[in-house]
Design a protein around this ligand. Structure first.
Ligand SMILES: Cc1cc2nc3c(=O)[nH]c(=O)nc-3n(C[C@H](O)[C@H](O)[C@H](O)COP(=O)(O)OP(=O)(O)OC[C@H]3O[C@@H](n4cnc5c(N)ncnc54)[C@H](O)[C@@H]3O)c2cc1C
Length: 429
């Protein structure tokens, strides 16, 4: 296994549980990849605020297998979107307590901040959008598809654009329509609980990386941290070994669960995928206040501001900490760390004038947070199987049908473990 992010961990857990001998090589000295904890001014925070959903079936299964009760590490909330809009009254949408899809449609009819006409048009438009087939041209953006079904501009700007940024990490007018539609279907057209928000109440490392480390150690997995794979040894019969600094590790199969750039570098030139990769960043601005401060809802959306979503870290037992998230840079484009810190601090001062000034503000930008989910990228996401026997690709960018998320990463790992298990029986350990 190359890579100890959530994809590599999920694959290693499943393969070792089936009795396969597994070696996991991770370049960093810690597990978790793009979902890990870091220390900021003596406080353990995450490399970025993460949010999960009730629809994250593979992730919830992984936690159960690791012996983690999901609801000791996450808070479950019924989906409620409270959007503060610059110069306008807030918009508030929450799913109705009805079976899907009436939870969505009923919630939309009661949405505060849209007129009756806008609400009725939005119900019709979203029903048409969810029922529509993938565009035959396959190159439609989510914005174009929503316009085509008659979505009012207000709902598009204040509801669907923020949802698209949160779910796909890309603006609505560049996002792939099919991926956005499939994501909304998974969340709103399945069980009612699929739309629940699962907000981490523990640091990310404590949710998966640490329990996985203990699990894999108990399973006898050969875990090597701080070991970067520099090449693969392949021949006509398949994979033979992986190269790490000045030695080789003989193997019978390889799952490359590295990020897309590293994975592409490891593949031989003739095997490189046609994946049209462009990065999309996520910046989390952490603010520490001298006393606990309260948001109107567990997460608050901002429309017309640089920050897009606010999270109260008291959920994570960190009262007084607020995480402000900016996905994909937003319409204003890239900015320096200090500029973002000053901008977000100023926005929160104006939005919450009763709060004291923050004692600390730190922006953490993950420049390669996810791939950019454009129609071009979606058409070229690589499959798990590479064509070389025993060489598989896992990771949030592979063709999971899901956006680049924790759930996509875990699902890819689970599928790779299944594929490997089909072609090689477990060996004696
Ligand atoms: C700031 C931020 C916020 C996010 N918010 C959310 C959210 O709210 N909800 C959500 O579901 N998702 C969110 N995501 C996305 C989610 O974190 C990723 O989709 C997921 O973590 C990707 O996991 P992965 O295992 O596919 O890849 P990675 O986590 O990138 O794991 C790959 C691993 O491979 C290792 N590696 C690379 N090259 C080598 C090599 N040559 N040898 C050995 N090891 C190597 C890397 O060090 C890394 O540990 C967010 C991401 C970021 C960055």
């Amino acid at each position: 296994m190359i890579g100890g992010g959530w994809a590599g961990l999920a694959a290693a857990v499943d393969l070792s549980a089936q009795g396969h001998r597994v070696c996991l090589l991770e370049a960093r000295r810690s597990l978790g990849g793009r979902a890990r904890s870091i220390v900021v001014s003596g406080t353990e925070l995450d490399n970025g605020q993460h949010l999960m959903l009730g629809a994250y079936k593979a992730t919830l299964n992984l936690l159960t297998r690791l012996g983690v009760d999901p609801f000791t590490v996450m808070e479950r909330h019924r989906l409620c979107l409270y959007m503060r809009r610059r110069g306008m009254a807030p918009l508030s949408f929450s799913v109705a307590p009805l079976p899907a899809p009436f939870n969505l449609l009923g919630g939309m009819l009661r949405c505060q901040g849209l007129s009756l006409g806008e609400r009725s048009k939005t119900v019709l438009a979203i029903s048409r959008f969810l029922a529509s087939r993938p565009s035959s041209r396959g190159m439609q953006t989510a914005a174009a598809a929503l316009v085509q079904v008659g979505t009012p501009a207000s709902a598009q700007r204040d509801l669907f654009a923020p949802l698209c940024l949160a779910a796909l990490n890309i603006d609505l007018d560049r996002a792939d329509a099919n991926l956005f539609r499939d994501t909304l279907r998974r969340v709103f057209l399945s069980r009612r609980s699929c739309s629940d928000l699962l907000i981490p109440s523990a640091q990310l490392t404590a949710i998966v990386a640490e329990p996985a480390l203990h699990y894999l150690e108990r399973q006898g997995v050969d875990l090597r941290l701080g070991v970067k794979v520099t090449g693969l040894k392949l021949d006509d019969g398949g994979v033979r070994a992986v190269q790490v600094s000045d030695s080789t590790v003989p193997v019978k199969a390889i799952v490359i669960a590295a990020n897309p750039v590293a994975a592409q570098r490891l593949l031989p030139p003739a095997m490189q995928t046609a994946f049209s990769y462009r990065r999309s960043p996520i910046c989390t601005v952490y603010l520490k206040y001298p006393e606990p401060v309260n948001l109107e809802a567990p997460m608050v959306g901002l429309v017309g501001y640089r920050a897009q979503w606010l999270f109260d870290r008291s959920v994570c037992h960190q009262p007084g900490w607020i995480a402000a998230v900016i996905s994909g840079w937003g319409p204003e484009g890239p900015a320096q760390r200090t500029e973002l810190e000053a901008r977000v601090t100023g926005e929160l001062e104006r939005l919450y004038p009763d709060w004291p000034p923050p004692m600390l503000c730190r922006a953490i930008t993950e420049r390669h947070a996810t791939y950019r989910a454009t129609p071009e990228a979606e058409r070229t996401r690589p499959a798990y199987e590479t064509g070389i026997p025993g060489l598989l690709l896992a990771g949030d960018y592979t063709a999971t049908g899901l956006p680049a998320t924790l759930e996509g990463a875990v699902e890819s790992g689970v599928q790779c473990a299944k594929l490997l298990a089909q072609c090689s029986p477990p060996r004696e350990r």
